[in-house]
Design a protein around this ligand. Structure first.
Ligand code: UTP
Length: 285
């Protein structure tokens, strides 16, 4: 079984639900406490043993690449002023460890993943959607890699969603369950509650086999006129092992205003530096 060494970060979406914040700034640069969403996702991938980060970007997303580059002027000035460069450490990578490919048009998540096919090559890979901020110990992708090392194949992160919210998720037709692992028998993109096969939704972490790339290149548009990753994954079911892992931790959907505010509160409260003051303020409120 080949190890998972590469991760794809589809970051070419328009972020219309987060306007006006995302008019000129990528959604993935929205900040939770003191770091952008992309950095949480990249740190999670690094913890899971990922060696190469592949950003699928679009126009206006240059800040994401710059964030993981060396900022000479900033560093030189900070050094000259005797300031610690420690806050920048998690943004440093060896040359070639962060690469980008371009999705020229936002034709959907499946299309964004397909745009990375040449860099991914013939090996399994992870996909992380940075607007889903996953908080867990070990991190979400590390939990998934651990499961992958046992069962192989394809693994999606699964979460029980409210029955009235199925139309916002890819929904799993579940098979046998073994602890946190559920066999995936089928996948439906954004079903209405009355048509949903379960309430087990797919959230923004995936481990996929390279065969999905050829499928994504051929499937055409699905729900919402977009090339859907869910449709590509559905076509793999039955040909390769496919499981959902119910992650042990919390998920914050930061592509949604409420989720974004709650994420700032949750992560702020959990921090030793800002937590006590935030807690005192909330208690006062
Ligand atoms: P979303 O469904 O959240 O879409 O995409 P969006 O465009 O980012 O945001 P809204 O809905 O307009 O507010 C899920 C993930 O897929 C990426 C997004 O960047 C996000 O990480 N994506 C989506 C692409 O990279 N390309 C696409 O064509 C669509």
């Amino acid at each position: 079984m080949k190890p998972v060494r590469k991760a794809v970060f589809p970051v070419a979406g328009l972020g219309t639900r987060s306007l006006p914040a995302t008019k000129v700034m990528p959604k993935e640069m929205l900040t939770i406490v003191d770091r952008p969403l992309i950095q949480y996702a990249v740190e999670e991938a690094r913890e899971a043993g990922i060696e190469q980060m592949i950003f699928v970007t679009g126009r206006g997303k240059g800040a994401l690449e710059d964030h993981f580059d060396i900022a000479y002027e900033l560093e030189a000035t900070m050094k000259a002023r005797g300031k610690s460069l420690e806050p920048l450490e998690a943004t440093r990578f060896p040359p070639g460890a962060v690469v980008s490919v371009r999705q020229q048009e936002p034709l959907g998540l499946g299309h964004a993943v397909w745009c990375a096919r040449d860099v991914v090559g013939d090996e399994p890979f992870a996909v992380l959607l940075p607007d889903d901020l996953m908080v867990g110990r070990p991190g979400c992708l590390a939990q998934m890699v651990e499961a992958y090392n046992k069962v192989g194949g394809n693994i999606v992160c699964a979460q029980d969603v409210a029955p009235e919210r199925t139309a916002s998720y890819g929904i799993i037709t579940p098979g046998a369950r073994d602890g946190r692992l559920t066999e995936v028998k089928g996948l439906v993109e954004k079903p209405k509650p009355e048509e949903a096969p379960s309430t087990l939704g797919v959230v923004g972490r995936y481990i996929l086999q390279p065969e999905i790339m050829e499928i994504l290149g051929n499937i055409g548009k699905g729900a919402g006129g977009e090339i859907q990753l869910t449709d590509g994954m559905a076509a793999l079911i039955g040909t390769q092992p496919f499981h959902g892992l119910t992650f042990d931790g919390d998920r914050h959907d930061c592509g949604d205003r409420t989720g974004f505010v709650i994420a700032n509160l949750a992560l702020g409260l959990a921090r030793d530096d800002v937590g006590p003051a935030v807690r005192a303020y909330l208690a006062d409120l």
